[in-house]
Design a protein around this ligand. Sequence first.
Ligand code: UD1
Ligand code: CA
Length: 480
Amino acid sequence: MSQRNVTAIVLAAGLSTRMKSKTPKVLHSLCGQPVLFYPIKALKDAGITQIIVVVHPLYKREVGRFFGLRPQNDTTITFVEQKKPLGTADAVKTALKKIPTHTKKVLILCGDAPLISSSTVKHLLQFHDHNKADISFVSAEFNSESELGRVVRSAEGKVERIVEFRDASVDQKNLTEVNSGFYCVEPALLKKISGVKNANHKKEFYFTDLVSLIQKACALKIKNCEEIIGINTRIDLENARKALQKKINQRHMLAGVTLIDAESILIDQQVHLDSDVTIYPGTYLKGTVSIGNSSIVESHCFISNSKLAQNCHIKQGSIIEESLLEEGACVGPLAHLRPGTHLKQKAKIGNFVELKKTVLGKNSKANHLAYLGDALIGNDVNIGCGVITCNYDGFAKHKTIIEDGAFVGSDCQLVAPVRIGKGSYVGSGSTVTKNVPAGSLAIARGKQVNLEGYAKKIRNKMGKKTEENIEPSKDCHGLQ
Ligand code: UD1
Ligand code: CA
């Protein structure tokens, strides 16, 4: 549904002093996206195609870089600078000249209120039309400790004005209906903003004062007060994150994903999970992650910006970053896939194995204690316990190529650049510095020498027990 006659203004030029941060609050991250992403998304999802964002000159480039570069479909996002943050009324005033002439309704949202839903945006527009109001805004019942603006009504229940918490009398502070900062206004009436004064505690021009300057103001009171959480402090940021995370997790559960102890699982906004995926407690899926049908991610895993196909199994405590896993790949427990890892179908990575910029072919496995970096490994390859690709010579990184069907025995070092040929064997404990031709056996280790009876000599020399008087250990019968 398109709302082509509606223009939205998003206020995002405040200095975020209460956040005590170098980063403007609208760019703080919330479930993987900047705070400002969410009100813009709610507007787009409600069909609003014309959005003006008011930004502070110091942050214009930063905010613009993030939102300006994204494909926006048919939504136009325009940025206007508010030279000094003189208050919300002043912020709206700076946007007025950018409002297209065909605009029939102006929506105003706060860039620091990320939980607004698209249905509330649509509802506000309908409510405004239905009441033939001059200005409408969303309100909610909050506890009296909230520091949001209070809605003051007449004895008959008509909205008279909004009074800011700091400027409110004791009686007004006890009012529990609060202002969300989401408004719908008749464009012609916005010129009354010039009548707003800054005679208040903060010496700011409050947009809320417009309510008392306009004839018919109506408040749409919503039940879900979480939607109006505004972020002024880090405590608000955390409260908003919790509420948003709950919504995200519920969305996945309703789409057929099992989350065991959902409250302990962090899933970023842009994560995609197919049905029948199961996630165990304490796992964090960060950034752009997608996981295919019936995959399992066990407890305390961290997966960022990665794609996992169907039927993958990630065991406890594994870390996967910027990697691609094909169908049926199995990882962990306690494995680390660093950026550039690609596991092909049914490849298997076991505990204490680290991979970086490495392709591991179909059905290949590295089950224990290995480091594979800058390696191209074919299908059906076995990487033994303790194998290391020595990919860095102190100056540059070099490639290791291991062809299909090769078997690399335990505790080998493969000194790159090096190629292990198709179907070849590398004997355990080898330090491989030369290419291994296909089908051959490479052994590159010191030869074993057995000096008969030499152990007794050593013991005598060291004053230790001879082998005749070593008592058999109770636990080691097999060695007798
Ligand atoms: C505002 C409302 C308050 C409401 C609350 C809801 C006013 C005066 N008060 O208070 O009634 O309950 O939101 O969250 O409007 N901004 C600018 N330029 C400025 C000042 C602010 O763009 O000069 C932006 C901020 O970046 C922010 C939004 O406007 O995104 C709201 O400003 P903020 O200072 O956070 O207002 P509140 O004190 O929260
Ligand atoms: Ca605020």
